[in-house]
Unconditional design. Structure first.
Length: 201
């Protein structure tokens, strides 16, 4: 039987001195009776200033407020992700949702479907990060980084990307949009050079 929230007692309750006090705190955020703060930004103040969900997401990852074009790009990515309504995680969530469960359980089922099989290029993303750092340490150009990556991992299945994702045109559209907004960085360049190098082999 689900917990009956209507029967919760009102007011404060005596502190349980037998255990450490519960606190909302992490490396990126904290919460107290007065405010919720993430990366040093008071979320209430952010909302009152007109910032939205994607701004707070950006702040969580970058510790700063996004530029206007960075916000547009993140909005683009978030809306593009909605096109995944028929993907496996979404289908699993829908199946669970149809079995008279709570929304939280259906969402949880979707999250359980994430991973290397349906994940968003995590293996390839980690590889990009790794080789970018190696390139920085050894003063390699982007072309040299791409060449090394292809030489060492060409025979890896899809470079860590599923066949389904290779057919998805969304990545190409995202690259075009990022360039239009002037927010494409070194990773886009490395990916494009990697494709060029892979075609040579």
């Amino acid at each position: 039987m689900p917990y009956n929230y209507a029967e919760r007692e009102y007011g404060t309750v005596p502190k349980d001195t037998k255990r450490a006090p519960f606190q909302w705190v992490s490396e990126i955020a904290y919460k107290n009776v007065h405010r919720i703060v993430t990366r040093g930004y008071d979320t209430t103040e952010l909302m009152e200033e007109g910032y939205g969900l994607v701004d707070v997401l950006f702040i969580n990852f970058q510790s700063r407020i996004p530029s206007a074009n960075e916000e547009k790009m993140l909005n683009y990515i978030m809306v593009l992700a909605l096109e995944d309504g028929l993907s496996m995680p979404a289908s699993i969530s829908r199946l669970v949702g149809r079995s008279k469960t709570f929304l939280t359980q259906a969402a949880g089922a979707s999250i359980l479907a994430f991973g290397h099989a349906y994940g968003a290029f995590s293996a390839f993303g980690n590889r990009l990060e790794e080789y970018s750092e190696i390139g920085d340490k050894k003063n390699k150009t982007i072309s040299e980084i791409a060449e090394i990556m292809v030489k060492e991992h060409l025979n890896d299945e899809g470079f860590g990307i599923s066949g389904l994702m290779i057919e998805d045109p969304a990545a190409k559209r995202m690259f075009v949009r990022a360039k239009e907004l002037g927010v494409s960085g070194k990773y886009v360049k490395i990916i494009e050079k990697t494709v060029e190098e892979a075609k040579k082999v």
